[in-house]
Structure formats: C-alpha cells, structure tokens
Design a binder for this molecule. Structure first.
Ligand SMILES: Cc1cc2nc3c(=O)[nH]c(=O)nc-3n(C[C@H](O)[C@H](O)[C@H](O)COP(=O)(O)OP(=O)(O)OC[C@H]3O[C@@H](n4cnc5c(N)ncnc54)[C@H](O)[C@@H]3O)c2cc1C
Length: 399
C-alpha cells in the first residue's frame, strides 16, 4: 500500500467501526463520520457466529467481547404452540472445537462501545460525531465528502458504511427499490428475573410457526433475554430501528402461541417494530475511490443472524485488500470481488429462511413434527450454516 492513505468512513455502526479498526491496524489514516451525536446503538441483541468472532479475535478484541457477551450452550427449535423442542446446533465448546471461535450473543451497545474504544486506542480523534454525510465528489486522485452544515473533508478513498438507507449508495447508484417482504419484526429486551425459572437458560431458541417465528437468547451474562418476533402482515411498512409498537398489538400478533412466548411478550417494557424489506443484490459496490460496506450494499432480513457479521467480515477484508494493493481503486475492487458472492448468498439464504421458519405445515400438529424433523435437522441444517461459520477472514484469498 503506497504511503498511509487517508480513508474516510461514512457511518460509525458496527460495520464502519470494524472497518476503521482494521484499516488503522494496517497503517491507514482513518476518519469516521457518524451522524448521531453519540455512539449509541439501539437496545437490542446480536448473535455473532464463529465467522464474526474470528474476525474480532483477529483484531485483538475477542476476549474483551467474550467478557461482555453470553456464550450460549446450544440453539434449539421449538414448535409455536406445543413447545416441543429439537436441538438445532451445539454451540458453546462445540463452536470452539469445530470452528476455533465461540458463538456469542451480545448487547449491541456493548459491542459498539468495545469497537469505539479499540478505534480510539489506535487514533483518539478518529471518530467525528454529529457529522452527517450528505454528498461526495471524486476526481482521479481524491474524494471530497460534504458534511451537513460543515466544511467538507478530503481523502484518498471513501467507504459508505451508512446502513440500509445509505446516502453514499444513492450518490453512486441512485435511489434503490426496496420490496416489502410482508413480514414485520418485533423486538424487545426482557429482564431475565421477570421470566419463569424454566426459561432462564443459556440457550438460543427459534420458535417456528405458520406465518411467523420467534427467536430469543440471553444477553449480558444472562441479565436479560433478547426477543425478536417476526410475523407476516401487510399493514406496517416502516423500516426503522426506533418505531415503537404496543404490548397489546404484539400480544395480538402472537395470540395462540405457547405460554413461554406470552411470558416474554408480557415482560417487554417497550416493543419496537421494523418492516422487513429486501433489495435485489447489487452487481457493483465500487466506483473509483468510493465503495460500500455492510447494510449499505447487502442488507438482508435477519433470518440467518448474519447481517452484522457480514459487515464485520467486509471491514476486515477491505483492510486486507487495501494493504495488499499498490493502487487504491484497484484495492477497492479486489475487496468487492472477494465479498460480493458471499454477501449475495447470505442475502438469498436469509430470505429463503422466511418460508422455512413460517411453513404452513406447522399449522397442522400431525405434519409439524415431521416437517421440523426433516427441515431442521442433520445435513439440511449443516448445509445452510457450515459455509457461513467456516469462512476465515484472515486467510480467504483476495484478488
Ligand atoms: C431485528 C433484527 C435482528 C438482527 N439480528 C442480527 C443478528 O443476530 N446477527 C447479525 O449479524 N445481524 C443481525 N441483524 C442485522 C444487523 O443489525 C445489520 O446487518 C447491521 O446493523 C449492519 O451494520 P452496518 O454498520 O452496515 O449498518 P448500521 O448498523 O445501520 O450502521 C450505519 C451507521 O451509519 C450512520 N449513518 C447513516 N446515515 C449516515 C449519514 N448520512 N452520515 C453519517 N452517518 C450515517 C447511522 O447512524 C449508523 O450509526 C439484525 C437486524 C434486525 C433488523
């Protein structure tokens, strides 16, 4: 990599901060521009499979992350009304034995805080808060980023890590055309001590039902339980982390579901709802000195629990690609080439899980058991997840 290129990163979410940390470690001069006045992720959980934790360990923050997280022993599948359960994956020690790294569940603000501290250790003033990126302009030799109400800044490259509604993506490729999936995702955080004792377990659970599913897992050493409930309905189409719903509406959506689900719903202090959209995979992410990363170029429905993990992988590979290239635009293209097919496969795999989680056979008790035993066990499950968990950001070939 010639000199110490100055890389501007639009967006200080999980993807932007991971990229910043990885780029700083490779000797780039990085500045992150985040629109929010403080780095405060939404109060929700994230599952980080071994392919994500491998990257965070390689960046030197794995042990600190583990101390803030829960290491679930396993993940199970349950039927929406009977509560009958099957094991989906062994996690805990098995994840470490099989993939070398743990499967962790973490409270988003904890992960963001960890990334922020690590970036600031490398460069104390790398993150500019309250800085909204509104436009950019590039020439053959540099890129200029315009910030709302402030003087513009220049660098050698610009990375749009500004999430699903990315301004940088719009600047490169124009407005996108999201398609509503017909599924609304509810989320909330439940104090563990409000739940019946049999639910207090270090296990992740996926409840599957006709037209909906629920995922819950422990966070913060088991202090709280993260809840995500997805339901097919067409009357809510706002794609937002901050749109609130009511307990009554959430309970009505999951009427008839098992008592354990009702116990979770009753104890969510504030339920939020998010309309799940899909966007067709993009054939390009990079133009000249500007590229995209994370949800800005491959947002996905959260049904493989891999959106943030893909953003983490992107950041790591971007830094590897730039450090291995003599020419910056060529390095950005190498990054894109290394990532595009994998991200597309994750987008498609997540969308395919809608039908699998919400299968009509689950409505009929006689068919439901056979369906789960067939679709959610053995080789079928391995094929859907192994290619994700085994990916090694540190060794995968680039360019
Ligand atoms: C209900 C739900 C559950 C999920 N569960 C999981 C899971 O278990 N595991 C997993 O891996 N993924 C999960 N995901 C997906 C994950 O949340 C996203 O893929 C991830 O947050 C993407 O990170 P990002 O950094 O690309 O974008 P974001 O997290 O959206 O960050 C973008 C950042 O850019 C900033 N920004 C935006 N516009 C501008 C601008 N113009 N100027 C400056 N800053 C700007 C924003 O303020 C934000 O800080 C889930 C998603 C949902 C909806």
């Amino acid at each position: 990599m010639p000199g110490n290129p100055r890389v501007l990163v639009a967006g200080g979410g999980i993807g932007g901060l991971t990229a910043a940390l990885a780029l700083l470690r490779k000797g780039c001069d990085v500045e992150v521009y985040e629109q929010a006045p403080e780095l405060k992720e939404v109060g929700a959980g994230l599952q980080l499979a071994a392919n994500g934790t491998r990257a965070l360990y390689a960046l030197g923050i794995g042990e600190e992350l583990k101390a803030l997280s829960c290491e679930a022993e396993s993940k199970e599948i349950r039927i929406w009304n009977s509560g009958e359960r099957w094991k989906l994956h062994d996690l805990g020690k098995v994840s470490v034995e099989r993939y070398g790294y743990p499967y962790l569940t973490v409270y988003r603000p904890d992960l963001l805080g960890l990334l922020e501290r690590a970036v600031r250790r490398e460069k104390p003033d790398a993150i500019r808060l309250g800085a909204r990126c509104v436009a950019f302009h590039q020439t053959e030799t540099q890129v200029t980023l315009s910030l709302e109400g402030e003087a513009s800044v220049s660098g050698d490259a610009l990375v749009g890590a500004d999430g699903v509604h990315s301004r940088i993506r719009q600047g490169l490729f124009g407005p996108d055309k999201p398609e509503f999936t017909g599924v609304v995702a509810w989320r909330g955080i439940v104090p563990m001590n409000a739940l019946p004792p049999h639910m207090v377990r270090m296990v992740g659970t996926n409840w599957v039902g006709p037209g909906g599913h629920v995922v819950h897992y422990p966070l913060r050493g088991g202090e709280v339980m993260n809840f995500v409930g997805a339901l097919e309905r067409s009357d809510w189409q706002v794609e937002s982390w901050s749109a609130r719903g009511t307990t009554e509406e959430l309970a009505a959506d999951f009427k008839g579901w098992h008592d354990d689900i009702q116990a979770l719903i009753r104890n969510i202090p504030v339920p939020y709802k998010w309309a799940l959209m899909t966007r067709p995979p993009m054939s390009r992410w990079t133009v000249g000195r500007v590229t995209l990363l994370g949800d800005a170029c491959h947002s996905m429905v959260p049904f493989l629990a891999q959106g943030a993990v893909m953003a983490i992988e992107d950041g790591f590979i971007l830094a590897r690609a730039l450090s291995a290239s003599q020419d910056l635009p060529a390095g950005l293209l190498k990054y894109e080439e290394a990532r595009r097919d994998r991200a597309r496969k994750a987008v498609e795999g997540s969308a395919a899980n809608i039908g699998r989680f919400h299968h009509p056979a689950l409505a009929d008790p006689a068919q439901a058991r056979d369906y789960v035993a067939r679709e959610w066990a053995g080789q079928n499950v391995a094929e859907r997840y192994e290619w994700l968990f085994r990916y090694d950001v540190t060794t995968v070939p680039i360019g």
